[in-house]
Ligand binder design. Sequence first.
Ligand SMILES: [Zn+2]
Ligand SMILES: [Zn+2]
Length: 337
Amino acid sequence: MRKYILPETGNFYKANLHCHSNISDGVKTPQELKELYKSRGYSVLAITDHNLLVPHHELDDDDFIMLTGYEINFNEMYTDYGKKPHFCAIAIDKDNETDPVWHSTKYIYKEERAKEHLVKKSGEDFCRQYSGYGITRAIEKLKENGFFVTYNHPSWSLQTIETFNEYYGMDAMEIFNTGCYTTGFHDYDVHCYEELLRKARRLYCICADDNHNEYPEDSNMCDSFGGYVVIKADKLDYNTLTKALCDGDFYSSTGPEIYDYYYEDDMVHITCSEAERIVLSTDRRYSKVACKNKGEFVTEATFEVPKTVGYFRVTVYGKDGKRAYTNATFIDEVRKF
Ligand SMILES: [Zn+2]
Ligand SMILES: [Zn+2]
């Protein structure tokens, strides 16, 4: 039986899920960011200012939705070699505007900004302890309170296998971060994603800008429009979009497009924009490549998926080194044993 991993029906909505405005350390106002992204074909933007959960529903219109989110940090120490894990949290319900892991002083970017933007806090200060336990506890608290949690830019955060192996419960991780890439960090974090998947940690992968917009759009240092997710959903509505995120009904990309993606009778099928190669990866020493001669492109592939793999995922290598990624699918999600 055919199982659509990317939903068969619905519309594609382009989204940037990690973005900074001048409420924290970004340059542009929320209004300017909305207009900038809308002018470039995006339908969804989550402004995720540092430690400040500020809704921006007033900027919504018929063709554009603002998701409510923020980026929280855990600092080992404030040095160039101190590890700094960061996570974005996006409210799944449109009406959820309360920060469940608020800390008044230690991590707040600017206390007066919180007052100015009427940030709502729940209960006592939450102790953001830098440790695997402390970080996992914060992720749990965010999940309990209805947030979609992503693990950000592991390379910029100086993360190692020992550190990220201790973080549990996040919904997704950044496989590509434009801001880190433009400033010289290795934020194509495929290896981190595969390490977690091989430990049977079920999480999605996203590409996001993490833009601060210090540079103009024609600069190679511009940190907007490098990485995004494309959500497939029935309509452009806040809770419909966040449900699609939670269900994994999206792919991530720095350029190529994915149109159809489904599993049927031990085979996975994908159709996409012109690609130099389409690659199937698994947790085993089993991979497959679809490609033609140099200068020729492929737009579809069908790969056999052995019953013995734990998970599989597909990467589309487009022109100019740009890539699109499906989420990893664990074999028990598509196959009955
Ligand atoms: Zn960050
Ligand atoms: Zn950020």
